[in-house]
Design a protein. Structure first.
Length: 368
């Protein structure tokens, strides 16, 4: 297996800076997801690793060796393109065998081919050409070609974009199976935070050609360092409440919330954005009286409720604040009908406070 380190990558197209001194470390055998909106530099980063674009400055290291000037065919890399990258005049079997050509002794070609077909479940597609395949089948064929090559580094550019939910979930499972079964380092690009949470060992959130935060999925979800990072991950998304800081104290009571003490942040007086994940809310009746940690308590009104798989998504309102909470389905017995109120609490440790001016997370806060 091979590590991939990007050191100070910079790339411009005319006056437009696409990558701005970007650093990334994908350790050997890891599954790293680059997450961000269109235009943030994700695909350009993949193309640099593949050798399809050259950096204006900086280095691409594989297993500690600078490959920045090594041509694509000499890098031990495969890539699944967003547009599938399949040859329109070849059928699926011919494309997979073409991908294997030159990658192994002739005596191993058939076994590699059979392994790729079995792993991706495309035996019924082998005689079809790209124009005869559905969107999900096209992606599966493209992934099979990459599987067959058995490269040390696998690059996936939006491999699940524009697919329906069922097909997307199936392919997520296929990608994880491939990554675990065949040794290698995988770098996967997406704009979908839920997809990133599902497949990644590490998530690198990108914006403006830079990596804003990188870490394990749960860490990025629970401890976002900027408003942009907080908004990029999690479904449903973060709930936001605007508040003022006066003498280092967040004036959250003005929104109808009460704290078991004072919510403090180490900052001057300013307007802040207070964020609460939908999964952070607790039904007060489900929590022991002595919870053991400071909480925010409030009694919002139920606006709507729906079941999503094994969870309940409940829309609430509190004065002008509209927010969504996610509960285990066992909480159903505590829910009033629409229009009724429900006492909720949020542990202070799961309340995120960001500067509205800079978008940065404020230092760890407490309830005193």
């Amino acid at each position: 297996m091979t590590s991939v380190h990007l050191c100070g990558l910079h790339k411009s197209f005319g006056d437009q800076v696409v990558l701005d001194n970007l650093d990334l470390a994908a350790e050997s055998g890891s599954y790293v997801v680059l997450l961000g909106p269109s235009g943030c530099g994700k695909t350009t980063t993949l193309r640099m690793i593949a050798g399809l674009d050259n950096p204006g400055s900086g280095q691409v290291l594989m297993a500690g060796v600078d490959v920045s000037k090594v041509p694509p065919r000499k890098r031990d890399v495969s890539m699944v393109f967003q547009n599938d990258g399949l040859y329109p005049h070849l059928n699926v079997e011919q494309m997979i065998r073409l991908a294997i050509r030159g990658r192994c002794p002739a005596s191993e070609v058939d076994s590699r081919f059979s392994e790729a077909v079995s792993m991706t479940g495309i035996a019924k597609l082998l005689r079809k050409t790209p124009r005869q395949l559905s969107g999900g089948e096209l992606r599966r064929a493209a992934i099979a070609s990459a599987v067959a090559r058995q490269t040390a580094v696998r690059l996936l550019d939006e491999p699940l974009a524009a697919l329906d939910v069922t097909v997307r979930q199936q392919l997520q499972n296929d990608l994880l199976q491939w990554h675990r079964a065949v040794p290698g380092t995988t770098i996967h690009v997406t704009h979908d935070g839920s997809e990133a949470m599902r497949v990644a060992d590490q998530i690198a959130v990108m914006s403006g050609g830079r990596i804003m935060q990188i870490g394990k999925p749960d860490k990025v979800y629970e401890e976002p360092q900027t408003i942009a990072v907080a908004n990029s991950i999690g479904t449903p998304t973060m709930n936001w409440l605007e508040a003022e800081v006066v003498d280092g104290v967040v004036q959250i009571d003005r929104a109808g919330l009460t704290a078991g003490g004072t919510l403090r942040v180490g900052t001057r007086d300013e307007t802040v954005a207070v964020g609460v994940r939908p999964t952070a809310f607790l039904v007060s009746e489900c929590v022991e009286q002595k919870f053991g940690m400071p909480c925010l308590d409030f009694r919002p009104k139920v606006r709507d409720c729906r079941t999503v798989e094994d969870s309940l998504e409940v829309a609430f309102s509190l004065n002008d604040w509209l927010f969504t909470a996610v509960f285990d389905r066992s909480a159903q017995r505590y829910l009033p009908s629409v229009g009724g109120t429900l006492p909720l609490r949020v542990p202070a440790s799961r309340v995120h406070v960001f500067s509205r001016l800079t978008g940065q997370r404020l230092r760890e806060h407490d309830v005193g």
